[in-house]
Design a protein around this ligand. Sequence first.
Ligand code: ZN
Length: 1167
Amino acid sequence: MATEKGVPSNSRVMMLLAQLERMNGDIGRQAETARQVTAKILHLIQTQEKSGKEVMSKGSSGMEVILASLENTRDVQTILNISSILTELLTVGRGRRVGVFVSKGGTGILFQTLISASKEMPPSEELMLQLHSLLAKVGPKDRKFGVAARLTGALNVTVNLIKQNLQNPKLLLPCLQVLRVYSTNSVNAIAMGKNGVVELMFKILSPYTKKNTSLLKVALDALGALLKSKTNARRAVDGGYVPILLALYSDWHRNDSRHRHMLIRKGLLVCLRNITNIKLGRKAVIEADGMRVLYNTSTECLPVRTLDPLINTSSLIMRKCFPKNRLPLPTIKSAFFFQLPHVPGSCSSGQMYNPAPGADDVVDESDDNDEADTENDSENEEDDKDQPSPELRIYERFFVELSEDFQGFNFESSKPSSTSMSPSSPFTSSVTPAKSPRPVIVPTAQALSPKHHLPPSASTSSPPAPHGLTSLELDNIHVSKDQTKEPHIPSTDRHECTFSSLSKTTTEVENIEKELARVLECVALDTMDSSLNTEHRGVKQEDVSATGRSRGSDCGSEGTEDDTAEGAVLEVPDTALLLPLHDPDLYVEMVKGTLSVPQYAEVAYPDYFGHVAPTFREPLLERIYGVQRAKIFQDIERLIHPNDILDKVVYDLDIPSCPVIEEDGESLKFNSQFESGNLRKAVQVRKFEYDLVLNSDINSNHYHQWFYFEVSGMRVGATYRFNIINCEKSNSQFNYGMQVLMYSVQEAISGSPRWVRTGSDICYYKNHFARSSIAARPEGKSYYTLTFSINFKHKDDVCYFAYHYPYTYSTLKDAADLLRQDVLCESLGGNSCPLLTITAMPESNSNDHICQFRNRPLIFLSARVHPGETNASWVMKGSLEFLMSSSPLANSLRESYIFKIVPMLNPDGVVNGNHRCSLSGEDLNRQWQNPNPDLHPTIYHTKSLLQYLAHMQRAPLVFCDYHGHSRKKNVFMYGCSVKETVWQSNISATSSDLQEDIGYRALPKILSQIAPAFSMGSCSFVVERSKESTARVVVWREIGVQRSYTMESTLCGCDQGKYKGLQIGTRELEEMGAQFCVALLRLKRLTGLRNHQHLLDLESDILGSQAKVASSCTTTYVLDEDEPSFLEAIDYSAESNDDETEAETENTPEVHENLEQLSDSDTNHRD
Ligand SMILES: [Zn+2]
């Protein structure tokens, strides 16, 4: 026989094997010799380690010889010897040796041997035991084990053995071990189920015992595997085994006081877990009082950390069994409705706008899933591409600076520059083209739309009212309490509280402070519809007046000062000083011109006072161990102790008379009826716990994510738990360190007007509220809960909570009003969409300077197409303030470029507290291919502006749309690369030969070098089909802007760079905006004026080797979630599939990895 070098062929064991090999042809007749030889081999292997090594050594054919003998012999004793040899051999160095055994076809021979041995009457018990022990060793390493067992008939041999040997633990154990392996194959599981194996396993299970526990454990494992099959689960339910499992679990829980048998307890739970994958199973658990059993046992396990697996599995079962509820709402359609204009023509999407009543709940999967809107766009593209130039000519007026005779224009704004700006502002003084190199905002025509609507103070060209430019209107500002209590009070009585004088004189300040301190409810505006206000506040007035006074004195006593009337001076922050582009007075004016669907009449304090970024660091919140579990247990308690639940509705937009809460100080008060507010309903669940429901985007029935609401009536010292119960995304950065934002009016008044990251015990998980069958795909889809806990610091405070730093449309107008602006168009809701132009006047009238001025490249920026992404506005604020600053860099930028900026593409969405859509219930960033002038005016006109520029051969050098990203950290960009775009070429092979200008990479690369929050690693330059109607892609493909980007800023924080481990704040966001501008200046140096060849060299310098780029077709795919998964399952949907159909297939079909990757990247890109 063949031996390998190093193994002496004359070694004892090898000689015996050679002898065995010679016999193999005729082993049947030499039974006695075979017995002797195999016995000797066995002895050698048992006594000398080296013998085993020799047999198993590489190149040795020892295993073949042994297997051949096993295959050929019929002699029981020889078979026993050989299986003992195999047992000895495979016990050592298991992995490799078993592998060799399997690869030589050992499993099949074992099964054959088993079958023929089973035909002996009676079969040898010892042989059966040996063979099963061997199979139990081999099974887990052989992928085809289950199939082979079924095909050879071994399955039934084992099952019959078990049936006949229930009282024979010695034989039963290896049989069960083999059965456990059989059961992992789903077809086997079903076959065995039909053969009564489920019931058989229950015969083996027993109440607490110290005997044969390993047997029990294996039987439970096998049963658990069998119950993964839904037919078997059903069999268990029908057989009444659910109460038995629960009783067994209780018994073991009670008696296993030293936790020696955790695995058995876990095994029982796994059986229950698998049974509850079917609806009947969940029902059976509930009926057997399983919730209480599992809840109580888990509660008792809580103190012992090693029992966590039991608690977690129990928790999973309870979550699955928790009866599904509908949201406590009359309809999931938005509480507000906006009548859309009739869209002429048979626009296919037209039906969407005015849905039939029954079509209420049509929902697409999630806002991350962009696949839905990708049909039929290629034709639309054609229509749009060649807009006749006469039509485009109307956009000429927005580009006065590009016209031949621009010097003839009056470059002073037709609107007076604001007087409330700091004198150092470079753009306040009048600028004449000839003399001053200082920057101006080049004004253009006042309005495009005939309906054009400017904010009151902006629409006038009369001389400015010095300073108190809003003083006339101030009479209209009341503290809401007063207004509602005495609606007809003469306005003269209110003169003392004119806000214009807030920081002017001491006495006035004091008056106002008293006023403010007395009532911190809200600032209300006198509106035409004052009935709305009174009605809404009808009950609340009383409450307010009841607590108003005491609130005032509390304010005083909160501080360190004494509580005498004059002494207790509460500093109302002069945020105008701290916030150059925020003027509270002007803000109120701006609010009056803002049109909201609900006709809001109040102003939220944070928007009024403004926000000054705190100076302290705000680290990502460390997640406390077991926090989600604890929260889920509290949720389950609602079912266990229903009498403890208050279920008291304290706020409800759907009921105009609500909130009707008695003023007993037992409930918080909520309010969301102000610009950008979003909270639909609040239900007090327990004394200090509230379920909150968010409103859908207007004219839609989902997109719940953004929230912004006011809370008052709190107690100090209590921990309040808030649950937002209708979140939709499957995971959230709230699980990875993000906190909610809170604004305390008390803090603001005492000099810290700011949003701070706050909240403890934050987590985000799937809950027991079901999305309606129409709204949810697949069926049974649930909502998610965001829960956070708050300890309020001040008594009688008014606090605001928000998803992210609010930035309202009125705030933008407030800021933009200090700049000069055009109105691009009016939104659907009647709000004007500002277009800002920033550049410097030519240095002089010299030809050179004029020429330079005319040839300045354009930079086109936009933001806030998605209203919930408020961070985009803060980045934009940073860009604007930097561009307007007196820094030499800013000056240089203004001299280098003409900036065209649409800072808020979706004013209506912002005003009305939407998260994603405009009033048409559509995502405006999916309308760029074919925007409708009536339904998507801001997109239509912005695109037309760009088309005009392209037509004039002045397409922007850079286009960037600012966004926010809710699932990733850092700031990053999406760009457009032909090369990396798979869907365009279809053939990836050709794309690597493609030459492409890699200029699009320069800007993000520069940003990664200068902006600490920016991460190049998260950037992607793939153009997915699902994104083909976004601003970035349309501007790239149709306008021909190579550097067309989406810039995504995290809502959470950073995990790299200087801000690693910190949550993002407005300071960092604004810095990002400023750095973006600085990067443009560097880009200019690279684009090196007419020296285009030079550009590539320089860029490749920056970018490192170009070869790397060429070979990096997939390097910038962002493949999966950037966060690791949790130990605690956020979602248990994989476990609770309602689908009752049985998957009979042997193997789950292979998933095409490429497709998978593509769709993964789609769901993670969110521009
Ligand atoms: Zn976005």
